[in-house]
Design a protein around this ligand. Structure first.
Ligand code: NAD
Ligand code: AHE
Ligand code: ZN
Length: 370
């Protein structure tokens, strides 16, 4: 057992508490990682709110981290102590039906136990005052030390700054990957991006990489427009400035609708708007946002009959162990700007402020340092 400073979510909707937890040694196929830095993603806030059907408490949240391998469990062959790693909430075993399908990045090797807040053997490595704490998304990066299965770690070059490339563990990769892998946006295409947080802004970067002709950025917080334009948005739209549904506004702006839209908020009404602003015959809408328990999407089936396509994207369709090092390399070369996302940095002790800033719409990403 080692001691670790951690921000524990003891209950839904309560501030995290910084306490010293116990971390058990890594078991067979597992790795102990010292987290150097972690981003705070809206999904952490979503789960803390109690709206996540898979949300379990007490738990250690966090899934956008960067760290260093501290110890190896039996049978771990692909990593060494001292390696730099990014935790993956979407593992990549390379062997399961999903990994070998060539059709998806969703790996089934550890997903079932991950969703139950435990390691693959069904138990937790975390405890506080002798009582187990749940793991979160297989990562729990709001702890100085965490344990992950080897298949849930992407090895990255030691030169890459962990307090920046941690953002590739979720937000930045998700937005870019949804555009490049899920939608496969082509040169000259018109895209609309709903929600300009970490995910939506990364989707703008992806759209620029794909050489989209027009990038329409939509948000109800006009404070997000400047950075969206800096990253390449050609148009910015605030639905609050219009007295008709936002899909109608976009259809008028684009002579019939966009080729691709991306919902990066988690609002089921907005998901409908994002689908319905797509061009008849071919427009595709990608759902990235995560909606709460019991929420459902709807539209007239005629929207699909007449050629619009509804899709979803998890971690941008990116296979973490094989493809994330390429994203790190792009960030190192300046092809993926990470600094623009980092609006705030603070020590673990202040992590509740990071959640406040996110809810107030004042931050894009806060990076927590350990
Ligand atoms: P964020 O809170 O930083 O950004 C959300 C943005 O949406 C904000 O700018 C907000 O002003 C805007 N917004 C809110 N309501 C809106 C509305 N009605 N119309 C237009 N804009 C609106 O969040 P984030 O970290 O960027 O995450 C965005 C969503 O993506 C969340 O639901 C998160 O859980 C989800 N997510 C999904 C994946 C995935 O793999 N599918 C990965 C990461 C995050
Ligand atoms: N647990 C929720 C769903 C949460 C969800 O959709 N998570 C996204 C990643 S959000 C990262 O910030 C995802 O990739 N899901 C795929 C997966 O395998 O979890 C619920 O509704 O039960
Ligand atoms: Zn996330």
């Amino acid at each position: 057992m080692i001691k670790s400073r951690a921000a524990v979510a003891f209950e839904a909707n309560k501030p995290l508490e910084i306490v010293e937890v116990d971390v058990a040694p890594p078991q067979k196929g597992e790795v102990l990682v010292r987290i150097v830095a972690t981003g705070v993603c809206h999904t952490d806030a979503f789960t803390l709110s109690g709206a996540d059907p898979e949300g379990l408490f007490p738990t250690i949240l966090g899934h956008e981290g960067g760290g260093i391998v501290e110890a190896l469990g039996e049978g771990v062959t692909g990593l060494e102590v001292g390696d730099h790693v990014i935790p993956l909430y979407t593992a990549e075993c390379g062997k399961c039906k999903f990994c070998t399908s060539g059709k998806t990045n969703l790996c089934s090797s550890v997903r079932a136990t991950q969703g139950k807040g435990v390691m693959p053997d069904g138990t937790s490595r975390f405890s506080y005052n002798g009582k187990p704490l749940y793991h979160y998304m297989g990562c729990s990066t709001f702890s100085e030390y965490t344990v992950l299965p080897e298949v849930s770690l992407a090895k990255i070059p030691k030169e890459a700054p962990l307090d920046k490339v941690c953002l590739l563990g979720c937000g930045v990769t998700t937005g870019i990957g949804a555009v490049l892998n899920t939608a496969r946006v082509e040169e000259g295409a018109t895209v609309a991006i709903f929600g300009l947080g970490g995910i939506g802004l990364a989707a703008i970067i992806g759209a620029k990489m794909a050489k989209a002709g027009r990038i329409i950025a939509v948000d109800i917080n006009p404070g997000k427009f400047e950075i969206a334009q800096q990253l390449g948005a050609t148009d910015v739209v605030n639905p609050k400035d219009h007295d008709k549904p936002i899909q109608e506004v976009i259809i008028e702006m684009t002579d019939g609708g966009v080729d691709y839209s991306f919902e990066c908020v988690g609002n089921v009404q907005l998901m409908r708007s994002a689908l319905e602003c797509c061009h008849k015959g071919w427009g595709e809408s990608i759902i990235i946002g995560v909606a709460g328990a019991g929420e459902e999407i709807s539209t007239r089936p005629f929207q699909l009959v007449t050629g619009r396509v509804w899709k979803g994207s998890a971690f941008g369709g990116v296979k973490g162990r094989t493809e994330l090092p390429g994203y790190v390399e792009k960030a190192e070369k300046g092809e993926i700007p990470l600094d623009v996302f980092i609006t705030h940095e603070m020590p673990l002790e202040d992590i509740n402020k990071a959640f406040d800033l996110l809810h107030e719409g004042k931050s894009i990403r806060t990076v927590i340092h350990f």
